[in-house]
Design a protein around this ligand. Structure first.
Ligand code: ADP
Length: 248
């Protein structure tokens, strides 16, 4: 465990595309075991911020310190994943033709080549971790079903389970509740809150009802920097936030 409560510190991060600043001296700190919701109108820089954290985009300026000393802006995507940063995109990418169990098992064995992992025996320890993960992602009763037979929401959970198998310290999720039923949305908020008891989670979200369910600190981005930060009530009653959302 690190001595500082800050897990991720974006310090004055700027990303320029042909002179246009997608991120403009963005500074942001995420604590250990904190869940943060990132909101902001289209084009605010939310995706670019996630791309910087995962090493997909290299900033023109600034640093992104992970655990106080790893500067993510100097690392490639694979090294960043190895440090313990997992990213969940909006569209679930699971192995459709395999069972829920095998998807989790593949993720648990991800240090090996996925194809070979299918042919290796599962260890007692893997079985135990798989059971715990299936319970957590609410798919215990569906373990022998093919991923292709799951609902959209269940596939999202399966992918979250696969990411959790890698034991990330920081999980980045992009609109996890998009396309879910009301019940699945509420369950997803619960699931993320459970995950955030031991890991940090950053959620990019448009659905303010879902953000309210999460009940976490909110950061509103606008034109590549932080416009407002606080509880959802504080942020959503901020005049500047109202202005950018209404586009006046
Ligand atoms: P958000 O996710 O909040 O909608 P983005 O991070 O996707 O915002 O985009 C921020 C701004 O940067 C947008 O104006 C977008 O058009 C621009 N942008 C993002 N990626 C690129 C790129 N590869 N080249 C040029 N402009 C980009």
């Amino acid at each position: 465990p690190s001595l500082t409560p800050t897990l991720l510190y974006l310090n004055n991060v700027t990303v320029s595309f042909d002179g246009f600043r997608a991120l403009n001296a963005l500074s942001l700190a995420i604590d250990q075991a904190e869940m943060r919701a990132i909101i902001g109108p289209n084009g605010a820089g939310k995706t670019t911020m996630m791309d910087v954290i995962t090493g997909k985009t290299r900033p023109t300026d600034g640093e992104a310190l992970f655990e106080g000393h790893h500067d993510l802006t100097r690392l490639d995507e694979a090294s960043i994943a190895t440090l313990g940063i997992g990213r969940k995109f909006q569209t679930p990418t699971v192995f459709e033709m395999h069972t829920v169990e095998d998807n989790i098992l593949l993720a648990l064995k991800a240090d090996r080549r996925p194809f070979r992992a299918l042919f290796s025996r599962r260890t007692a320890q893997e079985k135990e971790r798989m059971d715990a993960l299936l319970e957590r992602i609410r798919l215990k009763d569906h373990r022998r079903r093919k991923a292709s037979e799951l609902s959209h929401g269940q596939k999202q959970w399966l992918e979250i389970g696969m990411l959790l198998a890698q034991e990330p310290k920081l999980l980045l999720v992009d609109e996890p509740a998009a396309g879910m039923t009301d019940q699945e949305t509420a369950d997803t908020a619960d699931l993320l809150r459970e995950i955030a008891q031991t890991r940090s989670v950053v959620v990019v979200e448009h659905d303010m009802v879902f953000v309210r369910d999460l009940d976490v600190k909110v950061t509103c981005l606008h034109e590549g920097s932080v416009l407002a930060e606080g509880t959802l009530d504080q942020v959503s009653s901020d005049e500047r936030v109202i202005e950018v959302y209404l586009g006046r």
